[in-house]
Design a protein around this ligand. Structure first.
Ligand SMILES: Cc1cc2nc3c(=O)[nH]c(=O)nc-3n(C[C@H](O)[C@H](O)[C@H](O)COP(=O)(O)OP(=O)(O)OC[C@H]3O[C@@H](n4cnc5c(N)ncnc54)[C@H](O)[C@@H]3O)c2cc1C
Length: 424
């Protein structure tokens, strides 16, 4: 009598961001069959998106085709598809177009998107940064604003074209503001004949009382002073109350600006809705201590789409190392379950917070050790290069940064997605 071999355990992972990819990597060699589903064909290094938006790096330097990353993993099938729901009773993931994929264990790693605090109508005027398309949209708007200012004869319109507003002074807002200031002050001046790009206004507006609110007070104060030394106008304690094609309103005042960038808020993916599971105010799934969804021991969720308390009682931050730690824990739990073992609950370990301010300064908070200035910038740069995937990209990004550092040249200043007729 012949016995047919046992079917491998089917793991479906939705999202090939930091959390989903780490889960996939850490399951290498386990007796599982993996289906990794993402609606984009690339894994994106979001921490450097702002560098694409400010013409410092090219899109291909911070993104990699998922299929290519997993080409040697024969047990992994990559699907380019949008998930629109989960049939938990039937243990199937539902895709656009009506297909569904069966699972034994499901991992939801679908990340987060922008939140406009109930003002979704602002999005067309103030794009946020989440995808490569967002970054090239912002890059186009910044570069087109300078181009149009060069041809503009009316002083008020020209001033509005040369005013760049960034809403939200967390790390992304601070990094954008500092880099746009560098672009205007150092990279562009020699290229234009009718405008002085150094007169561009970069205005960073924050509803809270300080920039980089997640950092200690002294580093936050240092970041504020550094931004001001770059010429960035920082407005604190003023929520933006209106956003239009002409500019923003804050503190009852209108500021005319043709380029507005949103860096103020995020909302989790729809994973909690799919499962009708408890969620926090930012729609993040409230998971159990082992990162499973309440009532669904075969469904895990990781990364920006979940809410879980860290050892200090505060929510684990929505950052890449947290998503990776959670992805690693879930992979280990799946292995343990297959071996009949049980792991202790997930425990987050915070390794530090970093933010760049313009091309030569940064702040780093490692807890007991706090760094600022040029030394922090070098560590920031080395850390980011280390976390990029592949030697070619590491070399290419390092070279781009050295070029910016030494020559103030940003080589990715291409206006794509439209000619001068349609660019806006
Ligand atoms: C501009 C910016 C700057 C940042 N800077 C830093 C930083 O300096 N340091 C840091 O540590 N963190 C930073 N972060 C945060 C960090 O990128 C996130 O915490 C991290 O990406 C979370 O990983 P994740 O796997 O949860 O989600 P993501 O990396 O966002 O991946 C989610 C994946 O799910 C896919 N997906 C979503 N919905 C679906 C669906 N319905 N169907 C199929 N696929 C789907 C998406 O296409 C995506 O590939 C930054 C984020 C942004 C946006």
């Amino acid at each position: 009598m012949s016995t047919s071999p046992a079917k491998p355990h089917r793991v479906v992972i939705v999202g090939a961001g930091f959390g989903g990819l780490e889960t996939t990597y850490r399951l290498a060699g386990a007796p599982v069959e993996i289906t990794l589903i993402d609606r984009r064909n690339h894994h994106l290094f979001q921490p450097l998106l702002y560098q694409v938006a400010t013409a410092s790096l090219a899109t291909s330097e911070i993104a990699w085709p998922i299929r290519y990353l997993l080409r040697d993993r024969k047990e992994v099938t990559t699907l380019f598809a949008n998930v629109n729901g989960v049939d938990a009773a039937g243990k199937r993931v539902l895709l656009d177009g009506g297909d569904s994929i069966p699972y034994d264990t499901l991992v939801l790693a679908t990340g987060a998107r922008h939140a406009y605090f109930g003002h979704d109508e602002w999005e067309p005027f103030a794009p946020g940064l989440k995808t490569l398309e967002d970054a090239t949209t912002v890059r186009r708007r910044i570069l087109v604003a300078f181009e149009r200012a060069e041809r503009e004869t009316d002083p008020e319109s020209r001033a509005a074209l040369l005013t760049f507003v960034i809403i939200g002074a967390g790390p992304t807002g601070v990094e954008l503001a500092g880099t746009i200031a560098d672009l205007a002050n150092d990279t562009l001046p020699r290229d234009f004949r009718h405008i002085d790009t150094r007169k561009a206004r970069v205005v960073l507006i924050e509803a809270g009382s300080r920039v980089l609110a997640g950092f200690p007070d002294d580093l936050s104060a240092y970041a504020l002073a550094s931004l001001q030394s770059l010429g960035v106008e920082v407005v604190l304690g003023e929520p933006v109350t209106e956003c239009t094609a002409d500019g923003v309103v804050y503190g009852g005042k209108k500021l005319e600006a043709r380029t507005i960038i949103w860096a103020a808020g995020v909302r989790a993916s729809r994973a909690a809705e799919w499962l009708n599971a408890p969620a926090d105010r930012a729609s993040r799934l409230m998971v159990e201590p082992d990162l499973t969804v309440p009532g669904h021991p075969d469904i895990f969720a990781v990364g920006d789409t979940v809410s879980i308390a860290g050892p200090d009682g505060n929510p684990v931050p929505g950052i890449a190392p947290a998503a990776k730690q959670e992805g690693r824990y879930v992979a280990e739990t799946i292995r343990a379950r297959l071996d009949g073992r049980k792991l202790p609950p997930f425990r987050y370990k915070h390794s530090g917070s970093l933010a760049q301010i313009g091309k030569r300064l940064a702040v780093i908070d490692f807890g007991r050790i706090k760094l600022r200035g040029a030394i922090a910038w070098w560590i920031w740069g080395i850390a980011h290069i280390y976390f990029l995937i592949g030697l070619r990209n590491r070399l290419s990004v390092a070279l781009s940064w050295l070029w910016i550092h030494a020559r103030d040249q940003r080589t990715s200043r291409l206006i794509t997605q439209g000619s001068s007729k349609v660019a806006s």
